[in-house]
Design a protein around this ligand. Structure first.
Ligand code: PEP
Length: 246
């Protein structure tokens, strides 16, 4: 899976221009699940424009409740009504800037699954945590909390994105050894509950993935894809990363 997180970028018109440029460039990427994650307001347009193509459309967040008094929020049934295929949950920007908690994620991940959405659960350590030797403790906490209410037989359906926070949007990328070690650890955490499900779980790397470093990262044994921020905003550079996964 190669997923592009557009964050707070692209109006509907800009998204339309982008998708017309992207579709022909990824039409032969056999075996790669290509995902774009636009802002809410461009979801419907992107679902319509990608119908029948290999590109899936996911949201960047959702509320855990199906409905209720939660001003400004969007629910899983609302996303499903648009034919959105999945949702990023617990991105570090949501955690750091918007108060997203592990407690809420414990509810969001199963709520997305039950609604038929593919969850991408994001986890990762800060630079301070890595320097203090706390990377594994942080990952253990985030993975265990995020998956706590997922039934054991559905664990393998979760996509987990390992995103070292110090590598997001900074141009600093984890070394292959750092990425492999952390991602093998993430998979081992799933295996603590079910070895068979851990083998099915897809683990993505995220953090300054670019056309020139994608192939090396995607070749790592425990890497099943990438979550791409900045480099997904340009159709050509995103298509080059998709090609590196093919
Ligand atoms: C992200 O926001 O998930 C991300 C990985 O961003 P970037 O690729 O820009 O580091």
């Amino acid at each position: 899976m190669i997923a592009g997180n557009w964050k707070l970028h692209k109006t509907v018109a800009e998204a339309e221009a982008y998708i017309q440029a992207l579709l022909p460039r990824v039409s032969t990427a056999d075996g790669v699940e290509v995902v774009i994650c636009p802002a809410y307001l461009a979801l419907q347009a992107m679902v319509d424009s990608t119908r029948g193509s290999r590109v899936a459309v996911y949201a960047q967040n959702m509320h855990q409740a199906p409905e209720g008094a939660f001003t400004g929020e969007v629910s899983a049934p609302m996303l499903c009504e648009l034919d959105v295929g999945g949702v990023i949950l617990g991105h570090s920007e949501r955690r750091e800037l918007f108060g997203e908690t592990d407690r809420a994620l414990q509810l969001k991940v199963p709520a997305a699954l039950e609604a038929g959405l593919q969850p991408i659960l994001c986890v990762g350590e800060t630079e301070d945590e890595r320097d203090r030797g706390d990377t594994e403790r942080k990952l253990r906490h985030q993975v265990q909390e995020g998956l706590a209410k997922v039934p054991i037989e559905r664990l393998g359906e979760i996509v987990i994105a390992y995103e070292p926070i110090w590598a997001i949007g900074t141009g600093r990328v984890a070394t292959p050894a750092q990425a492999q070690e952390a991602m093998a650890f993430v998979r081992a955490l799933v295996a603590d509950r079910s070895r068979a499900e851990a083998d099915k779980t897809r683990v993505l790397y995220g953090g300054s993935v670019k056309p020139d470093n994608a192939a090396e990262l995607l070749a790592l044994p425990d890497v099943d894809g990438a979550l791409v921020g900045g480099a997904s905003l340009d159709a050509e550079s995103f298509a080059t990363i998709v090609a590196a996964a093919g």
